[in-house]
Write a protein that binds this ligand. Structure first.
Ligand code: ADP
Length: 471
């Protein structure tokens, strides 16, 4: 099958969160199953662009309302990622340093989707399936089915994968001229609550919709930022497929970001060496259990609760542990986290920003990973943590619920709690500190977790089975 993935992110070209990780690995595993999967994404001014060789494969032009633009599609020459990687260059719109966060994001991603549809239309043989990811590529199923210029794509099967339904990319009808001329009877396929909503449109138009875990799919019918009735109505074509992790990138034995690699056999000494480096770098106490948080500092991740949780833990449990936070996001949360440093007695530190290398060192050196998420579609951090022998301390929601079994249950290996509340999280930290001091149990849990299989092989074949249902 020829599978075309369309996405705003793809690791290592551009990654903001889990979407990048998934699109950067799933296609390679689909190719390993004997298929021909590729990725099409915008050409940002990323480091990857300047450190790889490219060839031009297509040049053309199209229009965004009254504005005609030229676009160029380039392909990475060496197939370095294990799949064909195509970047779409639109001068003045996509060639920016960041992926998102610009005032003209609507124009940027509309133009990208138009250029991609335009290019696909020119292919001699159309793909077997077009797989779009999140709202930035969400208008493509509509464009393929209901716009006059792209009729040739009408019967190509489409799949939408929702990595995060909180972000929907909605914009006003005043921008309707950005869409290629469409069948006005199909207005309802774009509309949601008075706006053009790309995610809602993709849910309506895609042949199949997947979310990145089963529990998250269940939660979306009652909590999806306004789309609840739509998920209820379309549930017949929705299913959950849990993400895998790419063990080529995330394996403590071969991790190129680590100076001290380790295996299941050497987990105790290996993790201790990494913890030592980390504690030295951040002025923390090696002898206390180390709790980390890695991620976007936003309410969705429960990051706003962290300052109070840390303060309360020190008050109620005592200064028996270290905390280290890596992340960026809401300025208010960032500054609340930074302010905590004033109370540190060598047991708290933070790094505000994005740092891939540090994240690997933290998974390797920490004892516990905190994830008090309010919403967690799949969550990759807990899967990485487990592979690196770090015990996940997570809220029972979405993908966290599907992947972490509390140590109190049979064959359990993590610590879970029910509510994104300071009390519940602090109690989970208390349980973790207790576990840390039961050296034998703690070590066995680490080893068991490292041997769990969260590889892509199973999930990649589930996607293939889904595509095969179209034929
Ligand atoms: P999200 O909702 O952000 O997509 P996921 O758990 O699915 O959450 O994926 C998060 C990914 O982003 C993980 O690979 C995590 O290690 C990484 N990540 C998040 N924030 C940072 C950061 N500040 N520095 C380095 N890596 C980060």
């Amino acid at each position: 099958m020829q599978i075309v993935h369309i996405s705003a992110e793809c690791y290592p070209v551009a990654k903001v969160g889990g979407l990048g990780d998934v699109v950067g690995s799933l296609p390679r595993f689909q190719n390993e199953l004997g298929h021909d999967a590729c990725v099409i994404m915008p050409m940002y001014r990323s480091k990857y662009l300047y450190t790889h060789d490219w060839e031009v494969v297509h040049k053309s032009s199209s229009n965004l309302g009254h504005w005609w633009f030229d676009y160029t599609v380039i392909k990475e020459k060496s197939n370095a990622q294990g799949f064909h990687l195509y970047l779409v260059d639109i001068n003045g719109l996509l060639d920016r340093e960041k992926v998102y966060g610009y005032e003209d994001d609507v124009e940027r991603f509309c133009a990208f989707q138009i250029a991609v549809s335009n290019w696909l239309c020119s292919w001699d043989k159309l793909p077997s399936v077009v797989h779009v990811h999140d709202h930035h590529a969400g208008l493509i199923p509509f464009i393929m089915q209901h716009t006059y210029s792209f009729k040739r794509l009408e019967y190509v099967p489409t799949v939408l994968t929702i990595h995060n339904a909180q972000y929907q990319g909605a914009f006003g009808w005043d921008k309707t001229m950005y869409l290629p001329h469409w069948d006005s009877w199909k207005r309802g396929m774009l509309e949601w609550q008075g706006t053009i909503n790309p995610l809602a449109s993709a849910i309506k138009c895609a042949w199949k919709v997947t979310t990145v875990s089963n529990s998250y799919l269940g939660e979306l019918t009652s909590m999806s930022n306004g789309l609840e009735p739509l998920f209820e109505y379309e549930k017949g074509k929705c299913s959950g497929i849990i993400n895998g992790i790419d063990y080529k990138v995330w394996d403590p034995e071969n991790d190129k970001y680590l100076t001290e690699n380790f295996t299941v056999k050497t987990v105790s000494t290996g993790k201790a060496k990494n913890k030592e480096i980390l504690c030295k770098q951040f002025g923390l106490d090696f002898n206390k259990p180390l709790f980390i948080f890695i991620g976007r500092l936003v309410g969705e991740k429960g990051a706003d609760l962290l300052p109070k949780v840390i303060y309360d833990s020190f008050q109620h449990i005592g200064r028996k542990m270290n905390f280290l936070i890596l992340g960026s996001g809401d300025p208010e949360v960032e500054s609340a986290v930074s302010l905590l440093k004033n109370f540190s007695q060598g047991d708290f530190n933070e790094y505000i920003g994005y740092n891939e290398q540090l994240s690997h060192l933290m998974y390797a050196g920490a004892d516990f990973l905190l994830m008090p998420s309010r919403v967690e579609p799949c969550g990759l951090n807990q899967l990485y943590a487990m592979k690196y022998g770090t015990v996940p301390v997570v809220r029972r929601t979405g993908g966290l619920k599907d992947t972490v079994v509390d140590m109190g249950e049979r064959d359990g290996y993590g610590i879970t709690f029910n509510h994104a509340s300071v009390g519940d999280i602090t109690h989970a930290i208390y349980r973790s500190v207790e576990l840390y001091h039961q050296k034998e149990t703690f070590n066995n849990i680490r080893k068991n977790m490292m041997e769990l299989d969260f590889s892509w092989s199973r999930s990649a074949s589930e996607y293939i089975q889904l595509y095969q249902s179209f034929y």
